[in-house]
Design a protein around this ligand. Structure first.
Ligand SMILES: Nc1ncnc2c1ncn2[C@@H]1O[C@H](COP(=O)(O)OP(=O)(O)OP(=O)(O)O)[C@@H](O)[C@H]1O
Length: 310
């Protein structure tokens, strides 16, 4: 699709957006265009500029360049149409979850029913617990709820699932799916590549305030994810011995040996060749390239775990 056509349909546009904090360049010429109903995942290392871009797009920080939301400058858009979950959000401790959602609902003329929002974020059973007595994950759910009360057309979620347990994360993912299916445009930031690969129609990778790649997870994986590979674990595994036994490219990553370019159908043969070559290893895992590999490739940084660094 031509860029002009894309922009005409776009709900969120950033055009050459720049932001400095003193000597720190937080955004260095970011251009993006996000159509209605898309879930767009923004990823990148700490300090890459994700939160600053969310703030620029929501008009909560001034910036150079052009940003537009629903065809207008962010501060000209009807606030009913925008939902924002900031990365840092500290509601009053002595409000219950219900009172917190009710407070935000009171800011809008036609807010959703408080009980329905509590249901959406899985807090119906804890609705009358003070915020300070909710667990970290429950607190985050309550915060997500405040961004949903106005049934927004555009939803900004800055690290929405931080601290939320796996079941809660899945529930939130399916809620986001449903919102997008209903036409809501969602911009979310995350350090979990699993989350972004699962949710996002397209992903933008920020590094040092610049967009270094944009595309669907499949496109990014095909372009930057590398090959399917075998990971070898165990004391006594030696990269040179493995390379010699297999006549293959081998390198080290996080204490494992990576044998490159191994198709699933070839795993049996490769393992037999290793045994024939006298290579001593404890276990192996076959892996297809994932968004995490794209991230590693483009940022040169390792995530602490496969589920992100938080
Ligand atoms: N209010 C501020 N004052 C000064 N510098 C800031 C401010 N906010 C952000 N920065 C700096 O701007 C850069 C981008 O920060 P930003 O919070 O946008 O990154 P991020 O990608 O969201 O990081 P994280 O993954 O840690 O949330 C960083 O170098 C940060 O230190």
């Amino acid at each position: 699709m031509a860029e002009a056509e894309t922009r005409a349909d776009a709900v969120l546009v950033a055009d050459d957006v720049r932001k400095r904090y003193g000597d720190t360049v937080a955004l260095d010429g970011v251009s993006l265009s996000i159509p209605a109903g898309e879930v767009f995942g923004l990823v990148g290392p700490n300090g890459a500029g994700k939160t600053t871009l969310v703030r620029a797009l929501t008009g909560t920080t001034p910036c150079e360049g052009t940003v537009s939301v629903l065809g207008a400058a962010p501060d000209a858009v009807d606030p009913h149409r925008i939902g924002l979950l900031p990365q840092s959000f500290h509601p009053a401790d002595r409000l219950t979850a219900r009172e917190l959602i009710d407070y935000y609902a009171g800011l809008y003329d036609d807010a959703r029913a408080v009980g329905a929002v509590l249901d959406d974020v899985g807090l119906a059973d804890d609705a009358d617990t003070w915020y300070e007595n909710l667990s970290g994950g429950q607190q985050r759910r309550a915060c997500v709820g405040t961004a949903l009360v106005n049934d927004p057309d555009v939803l900004f979620l800055d690290e929405p699932t931080t601290g939320i347990d796996p079941a809660g994360r899945r529930a939130l993912w399916s809620l986001i799916d449903d919102l997008a299916a209903g036409g809501t445009t969602v911009l979310l930031t995350s350090h979990s590549m699993t989350e972004v690969e699962r949710l996002a129609d397209r992903v933008g990778l920020l590094r040092d305030g610049q967009v270094v790649a944009v595309g669907s997870p499949d496109e990014l994986i095909a372009e930057h994810g590398g090959d399917s590979h075998l990971l070898l674990d165990g004391v006594g595994v030696d990269a040179d011995a493995v390379a010699a036994a297999l006549d293959a490219e081998v390198d080290e990553r996080d204490g494992q040996l990576v044998v490159h370019d191994v198709a699933l159908a070839d795993v049996g043969r490769v393992v037999a060749d290793l045994e024939d070559g006298g290579v001593d290893f404890d276990s192996f895992t076959w892996a297809e390239p994932s968004l995490e590999d794209v991230y590693l490739q483009l940022t040169g940084e390792a995530l602490e775990t496969g589920e992100g660094r938080r």
